[in-house]
Ligand binder design. Structure first.
Ligand code: ATP
Length: 266
C-alpha cells in the first residue's frame, strides 16, 4: 500500500535502473508525484507508491534477524543483506529461515570443527546466523520429538544450494558420527558420494561452474541414540539433453572431462 509517512524531507528509497535501489531525500510532493534528491546526486521523479521509507536508525552493521527491521520492504531487506555481506556476514535470519548470500570465496574459518562445536546444542538465535544452527535445530527436534525432519534448501542457479547442502551434511555427520568404528563410516560414505554424484550430474553453465543439473533428496537415518545408521540419496530429473547437446560456453557433465584427463592406464 501507499506509505502514509512520506513527507518533504523524508529519507526514502527509490528504484534505480543500475543499483536496484538508491536512497535519497524527498524534495517535494505534488499529488502522487514525488521528487527525490538521490544520494548519488540525481533528481528523480516517481510515483508515490514506488517510494519507500528508509530507516535512519538502522544499526550500521545491519541486523542479524530481518524481523527486527523497522521496514520489511524490498529495499530494506536488500540493504540489510548488502550491509552484512560487506562485513563478510553471509548469513541472516528471517525468523527461523536462514538466508545465505553466496560469498564466492572460500571462508574456511566459517566451517571448521571449532565452529561446529560452538553451534552444537546452542539455543537458536544465541549465536550468529549460520547453516549449522539450522542443522542443529533440525537434529535436536528430531531427537526430542522422535520424528523425521527436513531441511529445504532453495534458490536460483548459482545461489549456493549445493555448497550449503554439503555443509548441512557435514554438520549432521559431525553430530551423529561414530568415532573409533572400523572401516569407513556411513557418514564418511555419504560425504564421499558428493564428488561422484557431481561428476555425473554437474556441469559448467553460464551461471555456475558447478551447476547441479538434477534434483537431490538426501536422507540421513539416525538410530534412537542420534547416531547415523544409514543414508539414501534419491536423484530427480537429470538434464539428459546435455549429454548430446551443449551450447558454448557451457560444458558437458564433469565425468567426460575427467575421463579424457585420466592417465592411460586407468
Ligand atoms: N558457502 C559458500 N562458501 C564458499 N563458496 C560458495 C558458498 N556457496 C556457494 N559458493 C560458490 O558458489 C558456487 C555455486 O554454488 P552452488 O553450486 O552451491 O550453487 P547452486 O545453488 O547449487 O546452483 P545450481 O542450481 O546451478 O546447482 C560454488 O561452486 C562455490 O564456488
Amino acid at each position: 500500500g501507499t506509505p502514509a509517512n512520506i513527507i518533504v524531507g523524508s529519507h526514502v528509497w527509490v528504484e534505480d535502473p543500475t543499483l536496484a535501489w538508491i536512497d535519497g531525500e524527498v524534495l517535494s510532493i505534488k499529488n502522487n508525484e514525488v521528487h527525490v534528491q538521490t544520494s548519488n546526486g540525481k533528481k528523480v521523479t516517481t510515483d508515490r507508491s514506488k517510494v519507500f521509507p528508509k530507516d535512519m536508525e538502522a544499526p550500521p552493521g545491519g541486523v542479524d534477524d530481518m524481523t527486527r527491521l523497522s521496514y520489511l520492504h524490498e529495499p530494506g531487506v536488500l540493504q540489510n543483506l548488502a550491509t552484512r555481506y560487506e562485513l563478510n556476514e553471509i548469513y541472516t535470519y528471517t525468523g527461523s529461515i536462514l538466508i545465505a548470500v553466496n560469498p564466492f570465496q572460500r571462508l574456511p574459518h566459517l566451517y571448521d570443527t571449532h565452529m561446529m562445536e560452538q553451534y552444537k546444542g546452542a539455543d537458536f538465535g544465541e549465536l550468529s546466523p549460520h547453516v549449522f544452527a539450522i542443522a542443529d535445530v533440525a537434529y535436536r527436534e528430531m531427537i526430542n520429538e522422535g520424528k523425521n525432519n527436513s531441511i529445504l534448501v532453495s534458490g536460483e542457479s548459482g545461489a549456493g544450494k549445493t555448497e550449503t547442502t554439503k555443509m548441512l551434511m557435514r554438520y549432521l555427520a559431525h553430530l551423529g558420527g561414530r568415532s573409533g568404528v572400523e572401516g569407513r563410516t556411513v557418514e564418511q560414505q555419504v560425504l564421499e558420494s558428493n564428488p561422484v554424484l557431481e561428476a555425473f550430474g554437474n556441469a559448467k553453465t553460464v551461471r555456475n561452474n558447478n551447476s547441479s543439473r538434477f534434483g537431490k533428496f538426501v536422507e540421513i537415518q539416525f538410530d534412537k541414540t542420534g547416531r547415523i545408521s544409514g543414508a539414501a540419496i534419491r536423484t530427480y530429473l537429470l538434464e539428459r539433453s546435455r549429454v548430446c547437446q551443449i551450447n558454448t560456453p557451457e560444458r558437458n557433465y564433469h565425468c567426460f572431462y575427467f575421463l579424457c584427463a585420466a592417465p592411460h592406464e586407468v
